[in-house]
Design a protein around this ligand. Structure first.
Ligand SMILES: [Zn+2]
Ligand SMILES: [Zn+2]
Length: 210
């Protein structure tokens, strides 16, 4: 399995392409990034099998529908956020990006594909706090963390369905997993990757104590 990073421009998130038993696009980003991202994807693989969103925010999901139409693949998101995404509700924060969400047509709850993901050697960690349905993905010794954990900070908890206490326990959970599984790199939803030996989770958490 290999994980390719396609960097987001401006407010757009980083996208990750997992290539292995199945080819999976994690967080397609916003519609304006579609063509350059598609070109990068097609330089690596001919086809993808599905799309996974780490959470429902527009900077990660706004482009879902374009990739879905192009590749004819389902979009997967945590059960908590299936309806949010299908309705393109305010919880997606599309208005914050001065955009209107065009929801993807086929949205599948994450629990329906957990076994399939396991067969692909991908493990899902529920990490609520940034949003209720935020997830992180473990792919070999890499961890894709969405907007929960970044190289130099942690995610915001002040958006709808966010929760500071949940965010703290999610970060502690990731920290535990990083150590237990010997995760070498975290691949966040924005900004640079972090080698886990440079990641100072304790001081990141201290900043949350106000
Ligand atoms: Zn977010
Ligand atoms: Zn984001």
């Amino acid at each position: 399995m290999r994980v390719y990073k396609i960097e987001g421009k401006g407010y757009e998130c980083n996208k990750y392409l997992i290539v292995g038993r199945k080819n999976i696009l994690v967080d397609p980003g916003m519609p304006e990034g579609f063509f350059p991202t598609l070109e990068k994807i097609e330089n690596i693989v001919k086809d993808i099998d599905f799309i996974i969103n780490t959470h429902c925010h527009y900077d990660h999901t706004g482009g879902d529908y374009l990739y879905q139409e192009y590749f004819h693949v389902p979009v997967i998101i945590h059960n908590e956020e299936v309806e949010v995404l299908k309705r393109g509700s305010d919880i997606t924060l599309s208005s914050l990006f001065n955009s209107k969400m065009i929801p993807p047509k086929e949205v599948i709850p994450l629990e329906e594909v957990l076994d399939e993901l396991k067969r692909c050697n991908i493990e899902v960690v529920e990490t609520p706090g940034h949003t209720k349905g935020s997830i992180s993905l473990i792919c070999g010794n890499y961890m894709i963390t969405g907007d929960t954990l970044f190289a130099y900070s942690v995610g915001r908890w002040d958006f709808p369905t966010g929760n500071l206490e949940e965010l703290k326990s999610s970060i502690l959970k990731l920290h535990r997993i990083i150590q237990e599984k010997g995760i070498s790199k975290i691949l966040p939803g924005h900004g640079e990757d972090a080698h886990t030996h440079n990641l100072d989770v304790k001081s990141l958490l201290l900043r949350l104590e106000f």
